[in-house]
Design a protein around this ligand. Structure first.
Ligand SMILES: NC(=O)c1ccc[n+]([C@@H]2O[C@H](COP(=O)([O-])OP(=O)(O)OC[C@H]3O[C@@H](n4cnc5c(N)ncnc54)[C@H](OP(=O)(O)O)[C@@H]3O)[C@@H](O)[C@H]2O)c1
Length: 231
């Protein structure tokens, strides 16, 4: 599949790009700047010589991708998404975006009026700005460094979105990430919970070291949980 990643120049975008490309997907490396996209694609080819990485500005990337990932800081949503909305119409649009702030006590999930435009979550704001896209939240809690190193994470990826078909598309893609299992966690209404959990993951990493992921136990009819290995 052709997967466009807006912010494919950044830490998480690079991790997803390497893992998806290793699974055989073509990655459109999106950026606000063609030059940064070119540089990022060069770096990705160094990391994975067999991978297919095509650098483009974000708008061209939105047009070229069959599925797209928004992998930018939450402060950039309102400046970035409107220009991409037309090209994303009818496509699955994965939001990995978390609104977090960092204080002395640790990472804290931004909520309520502090979210962009007072939206219910980052994913809701993205859906509002790209109304014809099928927005799905996923990968919000995965570690960028572990993905870049293609660690077998042993992680469950909680997937929320309005359309079940879109959630199923993302779950299938997730199973291409090393040691990851996609789980259907229901409607987009719960996106803020997934986004906010990243604050807890960051605080646990700080307290205990390592790269935590989320794992769900006790499901009877889900695919087997992946075991962590390769750290
Ligand atoms: N890092 C992680 O481990 C991790 C894990 C899970 C989820 N996330 C989430 O994933 C998203 C990306 O995280 P990251 O660590 O990869 O971020 P990042 O490296 O700081 O930024 C990613 C890319 O976003 C673009 N960007 C930066 N500021 C922007 C702005 N104001 N408007 C539009 N684009 C902007 C830049 O690309 P160009 O300059 O090339 O356009 C940058 O390379 C965040 O929302 C984060 O919460 C991160």
């Amino acid at each position: 599949m052709k997967i466009a990643i807006f912010g494919g120049t950044g830490d998480l975008g690079r991790g997803l790009a390497i893992c998806f490309a290793a699974a055989g997907h073509e990655i459109i490396v999106g950026s606000r700047s063609q030059e940064r996209a070119d540089q990022a694609a060069d770096g990705l080819r160094e990391a994975l010589p067999d991978g297919k990485f095509v650098p483009m500005e974000n708008v061209a990337a939105a047009e070229a991708g069959e599925v797209a990932v928004v992998s930018i800081p939450w402060e950039g949503i309102e400046a970035t998404i409107p220009a991409l909305a037309d090209a994303l119409s009818g496509k699955v649009l994965i939001s990995v975006v978390n609104a977090l702030k960092f204080g002395k006590a640790g990472a804290i999930a931004v909520q309520g009026d502090e979210l962009p435009g007072g939206a219910q979550s980052c994913a809701h704001k993205i859906q509002e700005l790209a109304p014809e896209a099928k927005v799905v939240v996923a990968y919000n809690n995965l570690p960028a460094a572990g993905l870049q190193e293609r660690h077998h994470l042993g992680a469950d990826v909680l997937v929320c979105g309005k359309s079940k078909e879109a959630r199923d598309t993302v779950i299938a893609l997730t199973n291409d990430l090393p040691g990851c299992r996609g789980l259907d966690a229901g409607p987009l209404a719960n996106a803020l919970i997934i986004e906010g959990m990243t604050a807890l993951v960051i605080n646990m990493n700080k307290r205990y070291g390592g790269e935590a992921s989320i794992a769900i136990t006790g499901l009877e009819n889900a695919p087997p949980a992946p075991a962590a290995a390769g750290h």
